[in-house]
Design a binder for this molecule. Structure first.
Ligand code: ATP
Length: 334
């Protein structure tokens, strides 16, 4: 359904040092920097897959989605989506895909969502009967009946996001690009949006590509993840395989029956995350876990002991930090 080969997007941005003299000089001699937002990535996505794009801020995720949805022309490389070249922006292509971003809205601010829905029906030329049926389903699934008649500006962020999703899906796109669909939503609403996306995918067989900073979104929705870091693809596989590959650290929580010295906890060998009179929290490499637990039981007054995986967010932050020393920008003077 989606095929990407050596896709590259370089932005050329005007750059000048601070100060008035530099401002004057830049009028005569402009210098530019090339930002390598996406630097030669390749992947294939089959129909009906749900794939999560992970990566730190500025990794190139949104740029990739924009190229796949035809909003940006690649600098080089090739993308095919549903049999089309996205940058040709053919009508049938635009009818097959939808890009939903959590930060930008398509609903008209002063009108009720129902009117944007009607507008989208006309734009996408959806036959009336099909439109009614899809709308009923969406209203039902997303629990929108109370919302779609109110002016958009009166809706809460979460209510708006649900209406945004409905507006995006009325023409039943075959490929759905979701850029941070749960940004700013509370936990309950995040879960509602997530379960809706999953059921839309299961019922219609649509292909879903999602970016999110919330690991819960990706863990719940995406059997497959693609990690993009500094414009490069650094992993493509299951989330489990990614976690195994990173070999995350374990977190050990020691409930103490009496206070202990910090030094005694440090001697156990892990990294001390927090220490209070009643509890010590440490993080340790998985391979050193047994040793640390044995030492803790032997030397500290332990009332209880728990071992858990380090939070996925932190594990990934560590992975991204490792790649940080690679340079990404090259200055090009003109
Ligand atoms: N229009 C633009 N002009 C110049 N540089 C840009 C432009 N859009 C994005 N960039 C740069 O390209 C890089 C990739 O940006 P992109 O928005 O694709 O990242 P992202 O992975 O989506 O980040 P985030 O998680 O913060 O949304 C960043 O360094 C960004 O500053």
């Amino acid at each position: 359904m989606i095929s990407v080969r050596n896709l590259v997007k370089h932005y050329k941005v005007h750059s000048r040092p601070p100060g008035l003299a530099a401002a004057v000089r830049s009028v005569f001699r402009r210098s530019f920097q090339t930002v390598r937002a996406v630097d030669g990535i390749s992947f294939e996505i089959q129909p009906g897959e749900r794939v999560g794009f992970l990566g730190p801020n500025g990794a190139g995720k949104t740029t990739t989605l924009k190229m796949l949805s035809g909003l940006l022309r690649p600098t080089s490389g090739e993308a095919r989506v549903a049999g089309f070249r996205p940058d040709a922006r053919e009508r049938d292509f635009l009818r097959s895909i939808m890009l939903v971003t959590g930060q930008k809205q398509q609903l008209l601010w002063d009108l009720p969502p129902a009117e944007t829905f009607e507008l989208n029906r006309a734009v996408y030329d959806v036959p009336r009967a099909e439109y009614r049926q899809t709308l009923d389903e969406l209203v039902n699934l997303l629990d929108l009946s109370e919302l779609i008649g109110k002016p958009t500006r009166q809706l809460s962020l979460g209510e708006r996001m649900k209406c945004e999703l409905a507006a995006a899906l009325l023409h039943r796109p075959k490929v759905l690009f979701l850029d941070e669909p749960t940004i700013g939503l509370d936990v309950t609403m995040q879960a509602a949006v997530r379960s809706f996306i999953q059921s839309y995918n299961e019922r219609t067989g649509a292909t879903v590509i999602l970016t999110s900073h919330y690991m819960d979104d990706v863990a719940a929705l995406c059997p497959r993840v693609i990690v993009i870091d500094r414009g490069d693809l650094s992993f493509d596989g299951s989330l489990d395989a990614l976690v195994r590959q990173i070999q995350p650290e374990k977190r050990v929580i020691l409930r103490l029956s009496q206070p202990v010295e910090r030094l005694a906890v440090e001697r156990l060998g892990g990294r001390v995350i927090s220490l209070s009179d009643a509890e010590a929290k440490l993080q340790v490499d998985g391979s050193r876990l047994r040793e640390l637990v044995a030492a803790a039981l032997a030397h500290l007054p332990i009332a209880d002991l728990t071992v858990e995986d380090a939070p996925l967010e932190e594990v990934l932050a560590g992975l991204f930090a490792r790649g940080r020393d690679r340079g990404r920008e090259s200055a090009v003077a003109r």
